[in-house]
Design a protein around this ligand. Structure first.
Ligand SMILES: Nc1ncnc2c1ncn2[C@@H]1O[C@H](COP(=O)(O)OP(=O)(O)OP(=O)(O)O)[C@@H](O)[C@H]1O
Length: 390
């Protein structure tokens, strides 16, 4: 079979329309460098950050077009925020005039810093047998939050801890697929649900309980009670840590959830681009509001790791999350590379940490898991401070 070349990919992308159906991706100069390794094609498309969501179909069209090239075994296309070359990630983002992470992006009331203190953590009872509950959140969808949550949970297990995973994404549960679990959980005493288990990881998800479309029509209060039930009426047993895969975004629903679940800490997943970082700041502001300690930021799809040579390429403006974490004084927990392996293994329901436990990606997740655990331990050793950053 003919070898797939960069020129061939570029020619194909000339046929993919640009935003507003004007021109094509190449003539509009929107495509990053194209990498090809082992028949798989990787590149990113620059878009104005405010149009990212709306341009998702364009990303999909590009991915489809490239996958259709004879000889192409796979394509991984991401959107990146439109940032002119030269605006190094390490410098303060020129597009973000906000003064502090807590103010301008939260979209909620700015009235006073004591907000949320009354509804604060003290009132929330823990879950018997569960040592610590940690939320994995992201400001926006599609940054790889669920993939990170699952591999982080398995990474904690690989470090010798007893771990559970609660999928709090009622409208788009991904844990059943990521852990390749189907069927319904058992009930004991007509009330307590036995968590489902695969790879030694106990998990609970709305996807185990109702048919796919059923939860879509639920309203706020039903969603909340479902979450609390999955948290409290499940026979988790003794766990060192329960990871909660939060729903994406930072709206009121997420805020309520962050308020109701007795969280010991939160981890924010972000991609390197400004676009996701702005959203990450919203996530940080949200946890600050409900006084949940921020354990740190994980940068996902941070750099591209070529599968054949193992060489690292910083094609996505890598480093944005680390710089942002440093700027606002939040721990930086680590960088996860963009690899076809992570995507394919996730999609097949065999997360890399179990599929290839000694591989490079698994080591990355295990390292991040150690960082998370250390952050948590560090915070517990100190007499619970209310304000955890700034
Ligand atoms: N480091 C990575 N390398 C390659 N692909 C990745 C990586 N992280 C996540 N992905 C892929 O990106 C896609 C989105 O990931 P995931 O579903 O975890 O995101 P999410 O933020 O939880 O999304 P949503 O908000 O829609 O639930 C998936 O196809 C996943 O396999």
């Amino acid at each position: 079979m003919a070898e797939v070349t960069k020129d061939l990919v570029i020619d194909t992308l000339r046929k993919v329309r640009g935003p507003d159906l004007e021109g094509d991706l190449i003539s509009r100069n929107m495509v990053s460098d194209v990498f090809i390794a082992d028949g798989k094609v990787y590149f990113s498309i620059s878009v104005p950050s405010e149009r990212a969501e709306e341009l998702e179909p364009m990303r999909q069209a590009a991915e489809r077009a490239v996958k259709a090239i004879p000889g192409v075994k796979g394509a991984l296309v991401t959107l990146t925020a439109d940032r002119k070359a030269g605006a190094a990630a390490a410098t303060k983002p020129a597009t973000a005039p906000s003064q502090s992470p807590g103010n301008s992006h939260a979209g909620h009331s700015h009235a006073g810093h004591s907000h949320g203190a009354q509804g604060g953590r003290a009132q929330k009872a823990g879950v018997p047998g569960v040592g610590a509950i940690i939320a994995v959140a992201s400001g926006k969808g599609g940054v790889g939050k669920s993939t990170t949550a699952v591999n982080l949970a398995l990474g904690l297990m690989a470090n010798g801890l007893k771990v559970g995973l609660l999928d709090a994404d009622i409208y788009g549960p991904s844990v059943p697929r990521l852990l390749k679990i189907s069927g319904r959980p058992k009930q004991i005493d007509n009330r307590i649900i036995v968590p489902m288990e695969n790879y030694g990881l106990k998990s609970m998800s709305i996807g185990y309980l109702v048919d796919e479309d059923a939860a879509m029509i639920w309203r706020g209060p039903m969603v909340q009670s479902a979450i609390l039930q999955m948290l409290r009426e499940v026979a988790w047993g003794e766990l060192d840590v329960l990871i909660v895969d939060m729903p994406p975004g930072t709206g009121d629903a997420q805020l309520t959830m962050a308020q109701q679940v007795p969280l010991a800490g939160a981890v924010i997943v972000s991609t390197p681009q400004d676009l996701a970082l702005i959203d990450a700041r919203k996530g940080i502001a949200m946890f600050k509001k409900v006084e949940v300690p921020l354990l740190g930021i994980i940068e996902n799809m941070s750099y591209f790791l070529a599968p054949d040579t193992g060489k690292r390429y910083d094609i996505f403006g890598h480093g944005g999350a680390r710089a942002e974490a440093e700027r606002i004084g939040v721990p930086f927990l680590g960088e996860v590379p963009l690899t076809m392996d992570i995507r394919e293994k996730s999609d097949a329901g065999t997360p890399v940490v179990v599929a290839d436990p000694n591989g490079a990606a698994a080591e990355v997740y295990k390292g991040i898991a150690r960082q998370v655990w250390e952050q948590l331990a560090g915070r517990r050793a100190r007499p619970a401070p209310n304000i955890v950053f700034e």
